[in-house]
Design a protein around this ligand. Structure first.
Ligand code: NAI
Length: 528
């Protein structure tokens, strides 16, 4: 411990008896205030509750590696080019004007949080979210990869048709030198129309321990070759079909490992990657909608205390939905139907034109309003839901420029109706790539945070009984803001509402430096 330094890597220091700065840690004691509710004598009893936690954040970030599964796809090639462009501070001409590399669309790099109020001016002081705690910088992330398609990254970037030719020419040489490691390909998990891409594969078309060991070795070799302190693995490969949940096969960690050894046909490539990553203590994030995290895989992550996060990047239509529906239902407007239609012409769209893969996406997209609906017992009876339909069509001509049309139909005052129609057009991969960066930066941060709970009453200075230091639960639900179908620890509720997801992330980060959650009361501007 020691007094707060005048400046830290993050550009601010907290002056509080609850916060101490060590040589390589930030230590914060934080009182978490909640409300316990019970029902007795015909009414609710609400009782404020305080839980005292210590948070300890290692400040040394170290050298971080990211291994992408499916790097040769639209997202993979775009995120890599974007990181290179930022690292080299590139500028390029477009038909409009010259552009500089940036991290727009990354909540960590390009959004701000309120630190507090300036004592002199009374104005809010805002910081980039990235500065709240010491975090890795995306420019410094070392990228590695697998793909079943052997194209080098320059050719993959051309195939993706996402970036301006001027930008491509500036990164082409470096990208051309990046070729994917061979990957595992079990044809019955992705669409048959992907078959002609699969020219870079590890032999074998069913799960097996050799595949797990092969991927584990790839991770170790990459870590060693680049002198990395940690590696995060992220699936941005094709959407797979759902794996059937079979008792004795993928229901427990032991059964899953046995089923892999036995070459069971119901184990998806993404699950093999997840298992290999977990066994290498490398966090694994799933950016696609399929059920990679079968119960046995979640249990394995828990046993190994390795972080897992998923599922399915929340980039365009669903992000909008989780903001708009939150607004409507919290405004007391009874949303009665959502019709979501998309068409896209990239390889993701081609893969999703196959029914089983589309079904994974349909499931992922359709549960996103459930928590908001369930919370409003004025508008909705128990079990009542708005109608919700999701359609996705493959339209090669529009390429990566996805079109999403949504109609929100709602009941308003006295039987009236409100219809909101939305048309969202954007380069899909330019929305998804910054999410990949956010997922990695946040996951990396949480590998450095530990917590313990005080079990007896505590004074600010005094010590009290504490549990041992622990990490957050293996299922890293703090990533929810970035994901369409957030995975939560078994039994924990799922939060889809966008604003709540962001608050959870920001306020947990604030708690780690001993700051109160932003409550938006601004009493200082109301009570004087
Ligand atoms: P893509 O089809 O361009 O890229 C996928 C890549 O994965 C391809 O290069 C393919 O060869 C490779 N691949 C397939 N199976 C593999 C395996 N077993 N091992 C290694 N590589 C494998 O797709 P895109 O547009 O990059 O999207 C990637 C994933 O992200 C898709 O599942 C998509 O649904 C999901 N996603 C994308 C969003 C977006 O682009 N805005 C939003 C949400 C999710």
């Amino acid at each position: 411990g020691g007094p707060a330094p005048t400046d830290t890597a993050t550009g601010f220091a907290v002056e509080s008896p609850n916060v101490t700065y060590g040589d390589d840690t930030i230590n914060a004691r934080y009182t978490y205030r909640t409300t316990d509710v019970s029902f007795a004598d015909g009414k609710y009893q609400a009782k404020p509750k305080e839980t005292v936690y210590d948070f300890k954040t290692q400040t040394k970030v170290g050298k971080v590696g990211l291994m992408l599964v499916g790097l040769g796809g639209n997202n993979g090639s775009t995120v890599t080019a974007g990181i290179l462009a930022n690292r080299r501070k590139l500028e390029w001409e477009t038909r409009e004007r010259s552009r500089k590399a940036n991290y727009y669309g990354s909540v960590v790099m390009s959004s701000t949080v309120k630190l507090g109020t300036d004592t002199k001016t009374g104005k809010d002081v805002n910081l980039p979210l990235h500065n709240l705690l010491p975090m890795a910088h995306p420019d410094n992330i070392v990228i590695g990869w697998w793909d079943i398609s052997g194209l080098d990254l320059a050719a993959a970037m051309d195939r993706a048709q996402v970036l301006e030719p001027t930008l491509k020419s500036l990164v082409r040489k470096e990208m051309a030198g990046m070729t994917p490691l061979p990957s595992i390909y079990y044809p019955n998990f992705i669409a048959a129309n992907q078959g002609d891409r699969a020219d870079n594969i590890i032999p074998g078309s069913n799960a097996c321990m050799e595949h797990v060991d092969h991927i584990r070795k790839d991770i170790r070799d990459f870590k060693h070759a680049n002198g990395l302190d940690k590696v995060i693995v992220l699936w941005t490969a094709n959407t797979e079909r759902y794996a059937n949940l079979i008792p004795g096969v993928n229901d427990t960690a032991d059964n899953l490992l046995k089923a892999i050894s036995a070459g069971h046909t119901e184990i998806a490539p993404s699950t093999v990657f997840a298992v290999a990553s977990i066994l290498e203590s490398a966090p694994f994030i799933n950016g696609s909608p399929q059920n990679t995290f079968v119960p046995g895989c979640i249990q394995l992550a828990e046993q190994h205390h390795t972080f897992i996060g998923g599922d399915d990047f929340k980039s365009g239509q669903t992000k909008m939905k989780s903001a708009l529906v939150d607004f409507m239902i919290n405004a007391g407007i009874k949303l009665t139907s959502i019709a979501s239609y998309n068409h896209l012409g990239n390889n993701d769209g081609k893969n999703l034109s196959s029914q089983k893969q589309f079904r994974s996406k349909e499931i992922s997209k359709s549960t996103v309003v459930d928590d908001m609906v369930a919370a409003n017992n004025v508008l909705y009876k128990e079990g009542e839901h708005p109608d919700h339909t999701v359609v996705i069509k493959y339209m090669p001509a529009v390429g990566d420029n996805k079109r999403a049309l949504d109609e929100y139909y709602a009941e308003i005052f006295l039987g009236g109706h409100q219809t909101i129609s939305m048309f969202n057009v954007c380069e899909d991969s330019l929305l998804a790539s910054p999410l990949i960066i956010d997922l990695v930066l946040i996951t990396e941060l949480f590998t450095r945070i530990q917590w313990r709970q005080h079990t007896t009453a505590t004074t600010h200075q005094g010590e009290s009984d504490c549990q041992d230091w622990k990490s957050f639960h293996s299922v890293l639900s703090v990533l929810s803001y970035l994901l369409k179908a957030p995975l939560t620890p078994p039994g924990a509720p799922i939060v889809n509402a966008l604003a709540k997801q962001r608050s959870a992330l920001v306020n947990i980060m604030k708690a780690c430096v001993g700051l109160e959650p932003e409550n938006d009361m601004t009493l200082e501007h109301k009570l004087f």
